[in-house]
Design a protein around this ligand. Structure first.
Ligand code: FE2
Length: 203
């Protein structure tokens, strides 16, 4: 009987819902093989009774269980967050409240999109590009490999996966095109709004 029994969470849409921007072939590989693989590895590696009953989030925040377990736990959590950061018919504009925060932090929605795409392009190798909230301000950060803002007490609102497995089947080496497509067509702004914390989350 495994100490942890983490389940693979389903994306909040059908596996083919993001076509034509992310193909069902790419999404299937990403979800059923890669995300599932991290879930299986966490359940296999979590053999310490002290981890019994812990959630993925608790594991990451507390930094317990060893590097390999934490790397895989972060990948489980980051992928969950990535699926929620997208939706069919996404992109467009956020609500007034988040739009004001974006304008205050980046100048305009277009400037935010440019900065987000650039942040993803400039991340060398595998990783993630995030929109995070720091009080009433927003920032774009990137993390390497399996790193996650959750481990550093930061509050992410959105993420895009920069590992080649996220885009190579559909966009080959054109990471910039993938990021631009994410910003223009897939961002789930309602999800980003739902992640706001503190006074900034008040309308
Ligand atoms: Fe991924």
């Amino acid at each position: 009987m495994p100490v942890m029994n983490i389940k693979l969470s389903a994306p909040p849409y059908a596996i083919d819902a993001l076509e034509p921007f992310i193909s069902v072939r790419s999404m299937s590989l990403h979800y059923w093989k890669i995300h599932q693989g991290h879930v299986d590895t966490v359940n296999r590696l979590a053999d310490n009774p002290q981890l019994s009953g812990k959630s993925i989030e608790q594991l990451i925040r507390e930094g317990k269980g060893g590097t390999r377990l934490l790397d895989n736990a972060a990948q489980v959590w980051n992928h969950d967050f990535f699926w929620k950061s997208m939706k069919c018919g996404g992109g467009g504009r956020p609500n007034e409240q988040l739009l004001k925060m974006i304008e205050r932090s980046f100048g305009s929605l277009d400037c935010f999109k440019e900065a987000f795409v650039l942040g993803g392009v400039l991340q060398l190798g595998s990783g993630w590009v995030w929109l995070i909230q720091e009080g009433s301000q927003l920032e774009i950060i990137s993390t390497s490999n399996t790193d996650t803002p959750l481990a550093h007490g930061q509050n992410p609102l959105l993420v895009c996966d920069l590992w080649e497995h996220a885009y190579y089947l559909d966009y080959q080496n054109r990471r910039r095109d993938f990021l631009q497509m994410f910003a223009d067509h897939l961002i789930n702004w309602n999800f980003a709004v739902s992640q706001l914390k503190g006074k900034a989350s008040l309308p």
